[in-house]
Design a protein around this ligand. Structure first.
Ligand SMILES: [Zn+2]
Length: 220
């Protein structure tokens, strides 16, 4: 057991007194001899040079045998904040230097992978339903100019984020009705069952509660 550099019976790889007194035979190197008249560094450099093939097969075999655990280690490494920071700064620098090429490549990739892009997008939307609804409603509200610039966007987003499963966020006073333009603000939002929301649609009964749609027939 122990440090592999601590010797064998031949006196090689060891720091015997005789070795310590001799110097590495590589010119301009003043380290003491480790093995074969060379210091540790130069000995290993030579060994690697002479055994290139053998080492590369060994490495290959090692990677093959440990595929899964190596993958796991790499993944864990990618998730550390140090790595993310390193990657981000590296990527930022790279991106600044390769902006055009990157955007061209991205464009090309998107064009060649339309179906895949659609799938990725769908998946993201399914995992971020409330965010999608928030974004869509914001877009619609802006289009309808019903989002005042003093509205608290974070508060609005919270309403969408906290929407119970199976419910929709509804504008009590609709933002798209020929007689009225409700505001896209938290106090004009409520949670409705999807079925109710469809029934209500953009009906407006000229009251602040705007809830007579609940008791009237489907027909307008
Ligand atoms: Zn040396």
């Amino acid at each position: 057991m122990g440090n592999p550099s601590n010797g064998n019976s031949n006196g090689c790889h060891s720091r015997t007194n005789s070795n310590l007194n001799k110097m590495c035979k590589v010119e301009s190197c003043s380290n003491s001899v480790y093995c074969k008249e060379k210091c540790k560094r130069h000995y290993h450099l030579e060994y690697r040079e002479l055994n290139k093939e053998k080492i590369s097969t060994q490495k290959k075999n090692y990677r093959e045998i440990n595929k899964e655990s190596l993958k796991k280690i790499a993944k864990e490494k990618r998730q550390t904040s140090e790595y993310k920071e390193y990657f981000n700064s590296y990527f930022k620098k790279w991106y600044q230097e390769n902006k055009k090429a990157h955007s061209n490549r991205t464009k090309r990739w998107v064009e060649q992978n339309k179906e895949r892009m659609q799938k990725i997008r769908k998946e993201w939307e399914n995992n971020n339903l409330q965010r999608v609804r928030f974004k869509n409603s914001k877009r619609r509200a802006i289009k309808k100019r019903s989002i005042p610039n003093w509205a608290n966007k974070e508060e609005l987003y919270q309403v969408y984020l906290n929407c119970p499963k199976g419910k929709h966020v509804d504008h009590i006073i609709p933002i798209s009705n020929k007689n009225v333009c409700g505001l896209h603000v938290p106090w004009n939002l409520q949670y409705l069952d999807i079925e109710q929301n469809c029934r209500k649609s953009n009906k407006f009964d000229f009251t602040y509660d705007n809830n007579t749609w609940l008791t009237t027939n489907n027909k307008e």
